[in-house]
Design a protein around this ligand. Structure first.
Ligand SMILES: [Mn+2]
Length: 394
């Protein structure tokens, strides 16, 4: 392989960071039940320990997304403990994720609830989350709103838009310098008739209304089948409105499978769109993982995800963009497509391995994880705590 390719891959991997979610290390599962893993993290300290492992193995995930309700049940009072864990395990707090879907009072919505009192409670939780972000020095407060309705005629979609605008604007007003509010969208589930923030257009409009520090978050699993996600990415880049990603894969709906496991070419197409942006545009895009592993081992699945992301990003970095631009301009379709595709079909694994060795990282992170005995060790330590946490759907 040409030295030029090596340089491209090294530069891409040096800049590539992807955030791991704290909830990806805990026993989470499907709506129907979860299969308890003896080695799953049972506390915020264990989540930080596992995140530290993934970063040590891959060199690409120095931050961990936190979930306010699950990871900081004491709110801002838990910040010193989080800071202690950051130092101990060598990973920083990443995006702060408020929870507006678990409390019983959110049965009919949170920021779009007809009750002004409940909307007020949702806003208070959002502002607490902003304050936690400030205290931890993390840039992004990441919002996924589960609000919606299950039956036609049961709610006023239009009034709910106004209520959301009001709450999101007030949240934006509380942001500090350098802080951002990321607005995620999803077409359905848990609501099955209408979802209040159903697609990127709605998320974009709400973000624009809220203010300049609000951006759109694209969760790859939150689209209808066949949606051209890379086109949405191109539009959001054009509009300077792309805040970041929640990466995962799926076959049917929001399946939270490991990235690239079903359709690696789609991830490649998204990364290619991002790598065709300017370095400045790229620098503000947050790459995050949002996955829940019910069958695969938690640690193994997370390392596999980060490694796959690195490989697909390296492939996208190999595209000869100058050549491609010329071919597109001249409408030389087959040559353009082959130029685009040939980078995808290049086996970059030897180059990525070279990069790992050059950076003092394990040559094969998954193999290193297996040989380290870490999973066996934590399974031993955590087994009895996890055995108690078994739960059923009903
Ligand atoms: Mn998500």
């Amino acid at each position: 392989m040409a030295g030029q390719d090596l340089d491209k891959v090294f530069a891409a991997l040096d800049s590539f960071r992807i955030e791991v979610p704290s909830w990806g290390f805990a026993n989470t599962g499907t709506r129907f039940g979860k299969f308890i893993q003896g080695g799953a993290a049972t506390s915020i300290e264990e989540k930080f320990a596992d995140a530290g492992q993934v970063n040590a193995l891959t060199g690409a995930s120095p931050t961990v997304a936190l979930h306010v309700l699950w990871d900081l049940p004491g709110g801002k009072g838990d910040v010193p403990e989080i800071q202690r864990l950051e130092k101990k395990y060598g990973v920083k707090s990443g995006s702060i994720n408020p929870n507006l879907f678990q409390d019983q009072e959110y049965k009919y919505g949170s920021i779009a609830n007809p009750s002004a009192e409940i909307r007020g409670n949702a806003l208070a939780h959002l502002i607490d989350s902003v304050e936690i972000g400030k205290a931890l020095g993390s840039a992004d407060v990441s919002l996924w709103i589960a609000d919606g309705s299950n039956y036609p005629g049961t709610q006023s979609v239009r009034r709910r838009i106004e209520w959301m605008q009001e709450v999101l604007k007030s949240t934006h007003d509380a942001l500090g310098v350098g802080q951002r509010m990321l607005v995620e969208y999803k077409p359905f589930e848990p609501a099955f008739y209408h979802t209040d923030i159903a697609d990127w257009g709605m998320a974009l409009e709400l973000a624009r209304y809220a203010g300049p520090q609000a951006k759109v978050l694209v969760d790859t699993g939150h689209h209808y089948q066949g949606t051209n996600i890379e086109q949405i990415v191109a539009w959001l880049l054009h509009l300077n409105a792309l805040g970041g990603f929640h990466f995962n894969d799926r076959k049917y709906a929001d399946d939270d499978l490991t990235l690239g496991s079903i359709d690696p070419y789609q991830v490649y197409r998204i990364f290619s769109e991002i790598l065709s942006a300017t370095e400045q545009e790229r620098s503000s895009i947050a790459f995050m993982i949002d996955q829940s592993h019910n069958l695969k081992g938690k640690l193994e699945a997370m390392v596999q995800t980060v490694v796959t992301a690195q490989e697909l990003y390296a492939k996208a970095a190999l595209v000869d963009r100058e050549k491609l631009t010329g071919l597109q301009q001249e409408c030389r379709l087959v040559e353009a497509e082959e130029t685009f595709r040939s980078a995808f079909w290049t086996d970059v694994r030897p180059l990525v391995k070279e990069w790992r060795i050059a950076r003092g990282l394990p040559a094969d992170p998954l193999q290193q994880l297996a040989e380290s005995g870490y999973v066996a060790k934590v399974t031993e330590e955590r087994g009895s705590k996890n055995a108690k946490s078994a739960s059923s759907y009903a």
